[in-house]
Design a protein around this ligand. Structure first.
Ligand code: ZN
Length: 457
């Protein structure tokens, strides 16, 4: 007899797509599928009419504290944002940790703070920016954080606000070599900032009040600035023999650059984010929609969807940032970039997918097995015997309007407010335990989440 059976639903399988079956869970793991009503279980939950899939894995978020996006400071940071994750059908996220100091003295403390609040499992990527941190890369890989971020756009004093020194291509090259030797992967933020500075000065001089809004922001760091940096890092990574993960790919140009380098032999995975699929410079968001890379033109958004149809994009993430709405004040030039996306992740993706004629069968791997494989999450991303019972149960017939009051993120706002979602997350389970049940967060799941050590394949 197993612990739990989810009965009567339609269940995602790697090899056969969606099938009608009962899903069996025992001791926090998937025990297998059974034909309807056949298995003995201590608890049976009827999910008739609902769709069961592995929980989404969001490989790109920023778990911070208020205005500070560098790291969680108190358990409540993890409690609220893993609550947002469960609400959006996400069962595991990987957060970027940022520091000007070495990670060794604080890494375990950051894990412990997050575990105390987390409802779901999580991992970390670290931003590598200093000589001390470069020397720590093998240690971080051994601690289960084998993916390192480099802000290619932090040159000169661009990183002063974050306390980070400027880097150059020599540092990038040494980081690539170090990651290769340690069994790691680079996740570069690709932007040629030297060209962006020139364009920023021109665009701001022509539009000092930012009247052109999101289009003006896009014009200060346009697609070719992203594409050039991505092209450069992917080329250099081929020379060093290091895998590269292209985070938040936002434009047709950057996509083309990544595919060209991949075609030439670079080991490049391509991530885009939900906002580049649901919004563009024509969207009516004002400064709230400021993000880096910027929301792009409608044709860029169309190109990303076309790449999804062709199987060229590996994963979709959120780049969730949970700063408060005050971070968006002061117009397009003063607003801080980034916004939350976890609460609405799967509903927004499924809703837009319908409009684009892209079904859930195409989208599931991009948010489950693909990120699990690429990011070294061996026990997650699939509903196969022995895998962690991390899953989400969706109602694809449900319709609801996104309301600020219903959000779990402590950011307290969403770029989807007022929009009708054409799918809803009903239940979310982490290692067999309900974290969200009938659309409501389970309070005592706080502290259930664990730091996951990752090893790249
Ligand atoms: Zn990010």
């Amino acid at each position: 007899m197993v612990d739990l059976a989810l009965t009567g639903g339609t269940v995602w399988t790697e090899d056969r797509g969606f099938v009608a079956a009962d899903l069996l869970i025992d001791k926090g793991r998937i025990a297998g599928l059974a034909s309807a009503g056949r298995a003995e279980a201590a608890e049976r939950v009827d999910v008739s009419g609902l769709t069961v899939m592995p929980g989404a894995i969001d490989a790109h978020i920023h778990l911070g504290h208020g205005q500070d996006i560098s790291r969680p400071r108190v358990p409540a940071d993890a409690a609220s944002e893993t609550g947002a994750a469960a609400t959006g059908g996400v069962t595991c996220f990987l957060s970027y940790v940022l520091s000007a100091d070495p990670y060794g003295p604080v890494f375990d403390e950051i894990c412990a703070i997050a575990e105390e609040g987390a409802r779901l499992d999580f991992g970390f990527h670290c931003v590598i920016a200093t000589e001390d941190q470069l020397a720590e890369v093998p240690w971080l890989v051994a601690r289960g954080a084998p993916t390192a971020k480099l802000f290619m756009n932090i040159r000169g004093d661009e990183g002063a606000r974050l306390g980070l020194p400027g880097n150059d291509d020599g540092y990038l090259f040494r980081l690539l070599e170090t990651l290769r030797d340690a069994g790691g992967m680079l996740c570069p933020h690709p932007e040629n900032i030297e060209i962006a500075w020139v364009l920023r000065d021109r665009v701001m001089a022509a539009d000092p009040d930012g009247a052109d809004g999101l289009a003006a922001w896009n014009a200060t760091r346009p697609p070719f600035v992203e594409a050039e940096a991505l092209s450069r890092v992917a080329y250099l990574a081929r020379i060093t023999g290091t895998p590269v993960h292209a985070v938040h790919t936002s434009s047709a140009e950057a996509l083309k650059a990544a595919l060209l380098q991949r075609g030439a032999g670079s080991d490049v995975s391509i991530e885009t984010c939900i906002q580049y699929l649901t919004h563009d410079t024509d969207s009516d968001l004002g400064a709230t929609g400021k993000v880096n890379p910027p929301l792009r033109a409608p044709h860029d958004r169309a190109a990303l969807w076309e790449a999804i149809r062709r199987g060229q994009i590996d994963m979709i993430a959120t780049d969730h940032i949970h700063r408060p709405p005050t971070s968006k004040e002061g117009g397009i030039w003063k607003a801080q970039p980034g916004f939350p996306g976890l609460d609405t992740f799967l509903p927004a993706l499924i809703t837009e997918g319908k409009r684009q004629g892209v079904g859930l069968e195409t989208l599931v791997p991009l948010v489950t097995s693909n990120p699990a494989k690429r990011m070294g999450l061996a026990t997650k991303g699939r509903l196969e015997p022995g895998a962690d019972a991390d899953l989400t149960v969706l109602d694809l017939q449900a319709r609801y309007v996104v309301r600020r009051e219903a959000l779990a993120t402590d950011a307290g706002y969403s770029i989807h407010e007022g929009q009708t979602m054409e799918a809803a997350v009903v239940h979310t389970l982490s290692r067999g335990r309900f974290v969200l049940r009938d659309g409501a967060l389970i309070a005592d799941a706080v502290g259930h989440g664990r730091y996951v050590r990752r090893i790249l394949a």
